[in-house]
Design a protein. Structure first.
Length: 269
């Protein structure tokens, strides 16, 4: 059966039975807020060269240019708000026992939408890191100075606390995301082209370990054929609909079992 929104009822029921869920997100979840994605027709990497802007070598060669790239992106992000997709993800905490948001995004919009339990795989644009001592600071200045400022402790240059190409992911974030991917009942893969590793392997890790994996994207991706289902459409439309259907499905099963108002029991997926 298909719901009026086109989301199959059996998918809703399988998700509704999940206790522990991971929402794995990429740039597409912030697209409807007005934050540009990286790939695709209007993606940033169509206009700019990642090697000139998002590598350690680029920063060593021209720190001012790289700093201005982050200034440009901070100015965009500071002018936008979380969208209904972020909001629906935050509200999932009221529906599932365990929700972990694993994001490749550095924009901080999941936090602003009220999600807890967020794992940031690629860092956060609102922090800076000392290039020598690796100390991390909250760094919200916007617009940024023309040159990267110097660390107040040691005088070395600060850099954005984000992961650049060729750099490893922060160990604790990667370990946590791998652990929840291995143990979750279901994973929603939202708005990622699934092309950047190792992050892109997480849906496959989840699938391999028995999770029900559903992708939400405006287009099919390289992992579409390897997971359970892809819902094609904007995250800001599909996620609120999906959440409503799951909530209604949970309410129905509580009514049927006479447990309305009590603690919801999950059978796992
Ligand atoms: P991409 O820009 O590669 O992919 C964005 C995905 O979002 C695409 O698959 C789009 O089809 C999809 N999309 C666009 N609008 C959408 C919408 N409204 N709803 C749902 N899906 C939508 O972004 P990421 O996969 O996040 O890394 O990119 C991964 C990493 O590559 C980024 O974290 C960044 C980038 O280079 C670093 O900077 C290290």
């Amino acid at each position: 059966m298909i719901s009026t929104s086109g989301i199959p009822q059996d998918l809703v029921e399988r998700l509704g039975h999940a206790s522990s869920i991971v929402v794995f997100t990429g740039a597409g979840v912030s697209a409807e807020s007005g934050v540009p994605t990286f790939r695709g027709q209007d993606g940033l990497w169509q206009k700019y060269n990642a090697e000139d802007l998002a590598t350690w070598q680029a920063f060593e060669r021209d720190p001012r240019l790289v700093w201005s790239w982050y200034d440009y992106r901070r100015q965009i992000i500071s002018g936008v708000d979380p969208n209904p997709g972020h909001a629906a993800i935050a509200k999932m905490a009221a529906v599932f026992d365990n929700v972990t948001v694993v994001t490749q995004n550095v924009d901080g919009l999941h936090d602003r939408a009220g999600s807890k339990n967020i794992v940031e795989l690629h860092g956060n644009i609102w922090r800076a890191r000392c290039t020598r001592e690796l100390t991390v600071f909250d760094f919200r200045e916007c617009p940024l100075s023309e040159n990267p400022p110097l660390c107040k402790e040691c005088g070395s240059m600060l850099r954005p606390d984000v992961v650049w190409y060729g750099e490893p992911l922060p160990m604790d974030a990667y370990e946590r995301s791998h652990e929840v991917a291995c143990t979750c009942d279901a994973m929603l893969v939202v708005g990622t082209s699934a092309q950047v590793r190792p992050a892109a392997t997480l849906p496959l890790v989840a699938k391999h370990n028995g999770a029900f994996v559903v992708e939400i994207n405006t287009h099919y991706t390289p992992i579409s054929a390897l997971i359970d289902t892809t819902l094609i459409g904007g995250a800001g439309e599909i996620l609120p609909e999906l959440l409503d259907l799951i909530s209604a499905c949970s309410d129905d099963s509580e009514d049927a079992s006479g447990t309305a108002g009590g603690v919801k029991e999950h059978s796992g997926v």
